[in-house]
Design a protein around this ligand. Structure first.
Ligand SMILES: [Zn+2]
Length: 468
């Protein structure tokens, strides 16, 4: 045998031995997982997941487990693993005095498996931007934040902190200031934003490649806004308006939200189908927000005083809940049951919008002022509400996991697959079988950090202790 050949054998053996002795090592290795493919509604058992640098590096069968190792190893014990939830409509707001209480909502979101939130506008933007940065740098525990920053509204904004767009000359400076802040999208509001400014903002934002969503002035035409490039519509009112044959005549009368009663009463299923056909190819995301509507519709009938989640919220935020209660009392006195009607409108539309292929996204509308719509828990309730409205659990989960990232055109979220971001939740029970199982959160993995149930409970207890 030549020396050369012996050397070759030795090298080969060493390489083989090395390969066997040095398994591929990940930052986090999850063993014995049942992976939920939310998009397909399928579960694959006996899986392992390797995460490094916040990204899923590998998904493999447990039969190959000898090949892998992890700095941190989680035995999922056949629990269900799926991507973290996205709440696509939350609010951080209530002014300087409530900054700390808003910051304290961040662990609350994580405790409910929400690893990303889309902040739909408020008045404490600089704080929100600071948290967004600190969370991304792993210095602060909280979900990824996408924020619109201040809302764009008319001369008399409905919400504090909004930027006024009163005439066409205000549009570009408003967008300049949003871009300077580094917001993620544009949120419009209809305090008294004119339809001309609404259209103008959409067109100008479109040219800058900024995404727009919002409330729509009810004087405006939804399908026109879609044709101009509107990317999202919050709540069901605006697309609902387009589904009534009376929309144009009611607009001429100028009823504002008063038109919603005849709009809902004249809802036309066939017209609605034709609206969905136009909305779908234009990739407009719709956030139905069924839970907040239902909560506000029943606000005077349901006693919330013993809701256990109140223990995790500050008094300041709780006090803001009073405003909606007073509004509801006044509405009841004048026989206004708009929220009930809007809830019914949602029931008419949600399943068919989903079937038509519209990008429905789950959003809770939680935050100060939206009474008893609790950050974290309310996204679960939104999913229950979507199932009540006719979606299957798989479809409802898609709105929170697959469709949220689609609004931002992010392809590296939405599945437990190689190359996707490793924001994951481990559930004790299968939410495809029963949507309520989404609340059986055992562990949350976010930005490379593991929050097991003990850690999540400790975060909640810290809040409870701070407030009691
Ligand atoms: Zn909102």
């Amino acid at each position: 045998m030549s020396k050369k050949f012996i050397f070759f054998i030795l090298i080969s053996f060493t390489l083989f031995a090395c390969k066997k002795e040095q398994p591929t090592k990940f930052d986090i290795l999850i063993l014995n997982a049942q992976i939920i493919d939310v998009e397909q509604g399928e579960v694959t058992s006996n899986q392992l997941i390797g995460i490094s640098q916040d990204t899923i590096q590998l998904v493999d069968d447990m039969s190959n487990k000898e090949m892998y190792d992890g700095t941190e190893i989680i035995d999922a014990k056949n629990k269900f693993v799926m991507p973290g939830l996205w709440d696509m409509h939350v609010h951080f707001r209530g002014g300087e005095a409530l900054i700390k209480e808003n910051k304290n909502l961040l662990p609350l979101f994580l405790a409910y498996g929400i690893t990303t939130v889309r902040d739909a506008g408020g008045d404490i933007t600089s704080s929100v931007l600071e948290w967004r940065k600190s969370i991304a740098e792993k210095k602060l525990d909280g979900p990824n934040i996408f924020t619109s920053g201040p809302k764009l509204d008319g001369s008399q904004p409905a919400w504090d902190g909004s930027i006024k767009v009163e005439s066409a000359k205000d549009i570009e400076p408003a967008l300049d200031s949003l871009q300077k802040l580094g917001v993620d999208y544009v949120k419009m509001y209809d305090g008294n934003l004119s339809k001309e400014m609404f259209y103008g903002i959409i067109e100008a934002a479109e040219k800058r490649g900024m995404k727009t969503t919002g409330h729509m002035p009810l004087s405006a035409d939804f399908l026109k806004a879609v044709s101009l490039g509107l990317d999202g519509s919050e709540h069901i009112y605006y697309i609902g308006k387009a589904c009534s044959p009376l929309a144009d005549s009611l607009t001429e009368v100028g009823l504002g939200y008063g038109m919603m009663v005849p709009i809902v009463q004249s809802f036309d299923m066939n017209l609605a189908d034709s609206v969905y056909e136009i909305v779908k190819p234009n990739k407009v995301s719709i956030t139905p927000t069924v839970h907040v509507v239902q909560t506000l519709a029943n606000i005077l009938e349901v006693d919330h005083s013993n809701d256990s989640i109140l223990a995790f919220l500050g008094d300041g935020i709780e006090q803001t809940y009073q405003r909606r209660i007073e509004g509801a009392i006044r509405a009841k006195e004048r026989g206004d049951n708009t929220y009930n009607l809007i809830y019914k409108l949602g029931l008419n539309m949600i399943t068919n919008m989903y079937k038509a292929g519209i990008n429905l996204v789950a959003g809770s509308d939680c935050g100060a002022f939206n009474s008893f719509v609790y950050p974290g828990e309310s996204l679960h309730s939104e999913l229950f509400g979507l199932v009540e409205a006719g979606l299957t659990p798989q479809q409802a989960l898609s709105t929170a996991v697959v469709n949220g990232p689609k609004f931002f055109e992010l392809e590296n979220y939405g599945a437990v697959k190689q190359g996707k971001i490793g924001d994951l939740i481990l559930l004790d029970h299968n939410p495809l079988e029963n949507i309520e199982n989404i609340s059986s959160i055992n562990t949350v993995i976010h930005l490379g950090k593991i929050y097991n149930r003990e850690k999540l409970n400790a975060m909640l207890n810290e809040l409870r202790e701070e407030y009691n």
